[in-house]
Design a protein around this ligand. Structure first.
Ligand SMILES: C[S@@+](CC[C@H](N)C(=O)[O-])C[C@H]1O[C@@H](n2cnc3c(N)ncnc32)[C@H](O)[C@@H]1O
Length: 279
């Protein structure tokens, strides 16, 4: 993907992404991610701790997490449109003194010193947009302190395969490409994305030098409807409508959290979310 294609995709995306979690499916997915972060980064950390949001986009995660953690944050992203929105969100949340915004490529994080970061989060799969993913993994390893932890998400391989079969009846050539290269194209204007199984992401992390802690699927049981991908968030799927009922939402959340890190279940994930440490 060249920079022009990249910018053309993220310019409109930056305008809409912050409203996505009004709908049930995304609200559930975001709630699961928040719980997984809280289970892996202690809520007691203080203001000397630095959390890097790699591919942090509009800063929506940093804004939410700043209410849970007293720490400082770095948002590192290559899209100027996402960062313009991040600046606005950070000002509105009144956390300008705790957040540093950096425009740059995760494959070469030259403005970040080695071993300067305590925790890395990377949500909704920035790594799936990066074709030389080994460079990004090794940069993330470099900037993390010893004893530091990374929680990183990639687009799920098996779920993508299931979706292309069941929702798109994809042609044989497309399915073979997907299977052989672990790359997917969801639509004409969506860049090709790298896919990750639990085994692929764990192997990538191990090859880089990380020690694996745990891998989750997010979500593992709930399947989005096509309406949940409406870029303007105007349409609503049946599952998103059903999740507006609190009892149902809470039970589904409980079931997801009960099983989402079991080794036989994690690969059901629409996204694969791995936790690893640098020793
Ligand atoms: C799907 S968005 C997710 C944004 C944010 N993490 C969230 O959950 O809302 C992926 C993000 O990865 C960023 N990204 C993709 N490739 C990148 C690269 N090589 N270097 C830095 N950021 C990148 C994009 O600009 C975008 O903000």
């Amino acid at each position: 993907m060249d920079k022009k294609e990249f910018d053309n995709f993220f310019k409109p995306y930056s305008k809409n992404v912050d409203n996505a979690n009004k709908h049930g499916f995304w609200k559930l997915s975001d709630t699961l991610i928040t719980q997984i972060i809280k289970d892996n980064i202690p809520v007691e950390i203080d203001e000397n701790v630095v959390i890097l949001d790699a591919g942090g986009g509009t800063g929506r995660w940093v804004c939410d997490l700043s209410k849970i953690y007293k720490s400082n944050f770095v948002i590192y992203d290559m899209s100027i449109d996402m960062l313009i929105k991040a600046k606005e969100n950070i000002r509105n949340t009144n956390i300008e003194n705790r957040v540093k915004l950096i425009e740059g490529d995760l494959r070469n994080m030259k403005s970040l010193k080695s071993e300067s970061i305590d925790y890395i989060i990377s949500i909704y799969s920035p790594i799936s947009f990066i074709y030389e993913k080994e460079k990004a993994f090794s940069e993330l390893f470099r900037v993390l302190k010893r004893g530091g932890k990374i929680i990183i998400m990639g687009h799920g391989f098996y779920n993508a395969l299931a979706s292309k079969i069941n929702n798109y009846f994809a042609n044989i050539k497309e399915l073979e490409l997907l299977d052989n290269k672990q790359i997917i194209k969801w639509g004409e204007h969506v860049p090709e994305l790298n896919l990750f199984s639990k085994e692929i992401i764990e192997n990538d992390l191990k090859q880089t030098g990380f020690i694996l802690v745990k891998t989750y699927g997010v979500p593992v049981f709930v399947q989005p409807g096509s309406e949940d991908f409406d870029p303007k968030n105007a349409t609503k799927s049946k599952i998103s409508a059903a999740l507006e009922h609190n009892d149902f939402f809470n039970k589904v959340f409980e079931l997801e959290m009960k099983y989402n890190s079991q080794s036989t279940i994690a690969n059901r994930g629409m996204n694969i979310f791995s936790v690893a440490v640098k020793q």
